[in-house]
Design a protein around this ligand. Structure first.
Ligand code: PEP
Length: 255
C-alpha cells in the first residue's frame, strides 16, 4: 500500500518570533508546490499561535513536541492535548529520546501521552530508538519492540494505525552521524514485522514509519530510496529553510 511520506521538522528549543517568521515565509514559498509528500513543523509551545496563524489554510501542518498525559489540573508547567488541539495542531511528538533521557520519561508515561494525544484528536509521532550501548549489545530490536508494545498495551491495536512511528536511533540524533540507509531499512522492516504481528497486516501497512537522526539534504535522497522509510523527523536541518525543503523535495521525488 502506498503511504504518503511525512517530513516533520522538530525545532526543539529554537526560534524567536522574528526568525520563525522568516523561516515560515521561506518554507511557504517552496513547499506548497511539492506534490506527494506531507510536511509539518513541530514548534515550541509559545509559538503555536504564531505558527497556526501563518500556516492555517496552507499545505504545511504544525504540531508540538510534547504533551501532558493528564487532561487538566494542578500540573504546573504542563500543556494538555486539548490545548494543543485548540491551536490547530495536527501532530505531537511523544517519547522523543531527549524527553526520555533528560526528563526521565518512562515507556508507560510515553504511552499515556500517546493516549492523551489521540483522545484529543491529535496524531502522535511516537519516537522509538536504541542508544549506542543497546545497539552494540545487539538489543536494538528488543528496545524498539518494548517501546512500541507499551503503547499497544495501553491503547490497543486500533490506535497504532492512526499514529506515526519515528525510528530515531539515539546515537544519530544531533550527532551528525546519520544511520546508513541499510541500518535504517533493517530496523524499519523489523518494526513493520512487529506491527504486523501485533495488529495485523492491514493496520500495520497504514502506519508511516519515519526515520530521524541527523537527516540533512545530502543524506535524505539515499534514505528515501529505501522502501520502508516513510519520511523523516528532522531536527537541526529543519531550522534552515533551504535544507528543510531540499529534504521535503527528496521525499517527494522518491515517490
Ligand atoms: C530530532 O530532534 O528528532 C532529530 C532527529 O534531530 P537531528 O535531525 O538534529 O538529529
Amino acid at each position: 500500500m502506498a503511504r504518503t511520506r511525512l517530513v516533520a521538522g522538530n525545532w526543539k528549543m529554537h526560534g524567536s518570533r522574528e526568525s520563525n517568521r522568516a523561516l515560515l515565509d521561506r518554507l511557504l514559498q517552496e513547499i506548497p508546490g511539492m506534490k506527494g509528500v506531507e510536511c509539518a513543523v513541530c514548534v515550541p509551545f509559545p509559538y503555536l499561535g504564531q505558527v497556526a496563524e501563518r500556516l492555517a489554510g496552507t499545505a504545511i501542518a504544525w504540531g508540538a513536541q510534547n504533551v501532558s498525559e493528564h487532561a487538566q489540573g494542578a500540573y504546573t508547567g504542563e500543556v494538555s492535548a486539548a490545548m494543543l488541539a485548540e491551536f490547530g495542531c495536527r501532530y505531537v511528538i511523544v517519547g522523543h529520546s531527549e524527553r526520555r533521557q533528560l526528563y526521565g520519561e518512562s515507556d508507560a508515561q510515553v504511552a499515556a501521552k500517546f493516549a492523551a494525544a489521540q483522545g484529543a484528536g491529535l496524531v502522535p509521532i511516537l519516537c522509538v530508538g536504541e542508544t549506542l550501548a543497546e545497539r552494540d549489545a545487539g538489543c536494538t530490536e528488543q528496545v524498539v519492540d518494548r517501546q512500541l508494545q507499551q503503547v499497544l498495551n495501553l491503547k490497543g491495536k486500533d490506535s497504532v494505525s492512526k499514529a506515526v512511528v519515528a525510528y530515531e536511533p539515539v546515537w544519530a540524533i544531533g550527532t551528525g552521524k546519520t544511520a546508513t540507509s541499510d541500518q535504517a531499512q533493517e530496523v524499519h522492516a523489523h518494526l513493520r514485522e512487529t506491527l504486523t504481528a501485533l495488529v495485523g497486516r492491514e493496520a500495520a501497512e497504514q502506519v508511516r514509519i519515519q526515520y530521524g537522526g541527523s537527516v540533512n539534504a545530502e543524506t535524505a535522497p539515499r534514505l528515501f530510496a529505501e522502501p520502508e522509510l516513510d519520511g523523516a523527523l528532522v531536527g537541526g536541518a529543519s531550522l534552515e529553510a533551504a535544507s528543510f525543503f531540499r529534504i521535503v523535495a527528496a521525499a517527494a521525488a522518491a515517490v
